[in-house]
Design a protein around this ligand. Structure first.
Ligand SMILES: [Zn+2]
Length: 366
């Protein structure tokens, strides 16, 4: 999901398709000039990154994760236990299902579904939660299960409920991984997200929270190895955002979609509604049997789980095209588009009108 208040004047991206296009062109120019200068980070070949991992593990030995964590946790406010419940969904795979809530003064932004995977040698964390304290709780749950080093922290995209727990893992010395556009997205929006969340949730809830950008960028696909546990990472085109990354466990046939798939929680369009529908076709071809979505879950059948979200996005598109054709206004779009989907989703009031305006702007220029 994304922060609801992003539609206020501080939002760096206007809802207008023109602005999106201008921004994309500007970004293209920046990327092109960087790559001409040979400055873009490239995707490592063959995956594995053992060299990086072993270098980091020597740094790690200076820290005692449990001590550091216990000390860090003292600063965190008390919260409800429901939000820290970790479920083992398969061998060596653990999931914390996010709360179907917006950011509040009580929930530590524990909204996204986050996971960790334990290999023979090390652990990968897939999304870190919505605040330093949410991430610290996840780390403490990991340490109840294994003492193995955390070699990778994978961020599926830049929304705060997925990345703001990163700082809790910093002392563990992992490689932070994301889509090739994630670094730019964090630079563009990170501070604004932090300001907005601090305003909504209060400083205590966000103690220690800061932006930790990725150091390993994925432009197409790459494989990481946790020791007898390989994970395939794949970068997608503009869909939920313009930097969605999936993780696939080819042995267990489990896919982590990040917010390319919402379950229960109303889907949130922050990239392109048409792009998302298109990318979902590619996504559905990944030969998984189960999915751990970015919201909801914890473990659903694949590709069946894509159905309700596809229905929602298609309904929203069809309704908006009709409203635009009839000369309807943005207000009509907010009131009417996809209204028949209302009872199928949680937080519908909070997000559907926003999706309608964002997508109205996109479809208006078809
Ligand atoms: Zn999201």
């Amino acid at each position: 999901m994304m922060i609801k208040t992003m539609k206020d004047k501080k939002r760096p991206h206007s809802n207008g398709a023109c602005m999106i296009k201008k921004k994309s062109i500007a970004l293209l120019i920046i990327l092109t000039s960087l790559s001409v200068a040979g400055l873009t980070e490239t995707e490592p070949r063959g995956g594995g990154h053992e060299g990086v991992t072993s270098a980091l593990s020597s740094i790690k030995s200076f820290f005692s994760p449990q001590k550091a964590n216990a000390k860090d946790l003292i600063a965190c406010p008390k919260t409800n236990e429901q939000s820290v419940k970790i479920v083992k969904v398969a061998k060596n795979i653990y999931v914390r299902k996010g709360l179907n809530e917006i950011f509040t003064k009580k929930n530590l932004a524990a909204i996204a579904t986050v996971s960790f995977v334990v290999g023979e040698k090390s652990v990968a964390v897939i999304d870190t939660g919505g605040s330093y304290c949410d991430g610290a709780r996840l780390l403490s749950e990991i340490r109840k299960i294994t003492e193995k080093p955390i070699s990778y922290v994978i961020n599926t995209h830049t929304h705060p409920d997925h990345i703001f727990g990163n700082a809790a893992f910093e002392k563990e010395g992992p490689v932070f991984v994301g889509h090739k556009n994630l670094k730019r997205a964090m630079a563009d929006r990170g501070n604004i997200y932090l300001e907005n969340l601090t305003r909504i949730m209060g400083k205590d809830q966000l103690v220690g929270t800061k932006i930790i950008p990725p150091t390993l960028l994925v432009s197409k696909t790459t494989t990481i190895d946790l020791g007898q546990k390989k994970l395939e990472l794949r970068a997608f085109g503009t869909a939920h955002t313009d930097h969605d990354l999936t993780v696939f466990d080819p042995d267990l046939k489990i896919i982590w979609t990040g917010d390319l798939l919402f379950h229960e929680h109303t889907p949130v369009v922050d990239g392109s509604i048409l792009g998302w529908l298109e990318e979902m076709k590619k996504l559905s071809k990944i030969p998984a049997k189960f999915v751990i979505p970015g919201h909801g879950g914890p473990l659903l059948k694949w590709p069946k789980a894509l159905g309700p979200q596809r229905d929602y996005l298609e309904k929203l598109t069809t309704d908006l095209r009709k409203i635009i054709e009839e000369g309807g206004t943005m207000r009509d779009a907010q009131n009417r588009a996809a209204s028949s989907e209302k009872n199928k989703w949680k937080l519908f009031e909070e997000f559907n009108a926003r999706n309608a305006s964002t997508s109205f702007a996109e479809l208006e220029w078809e």
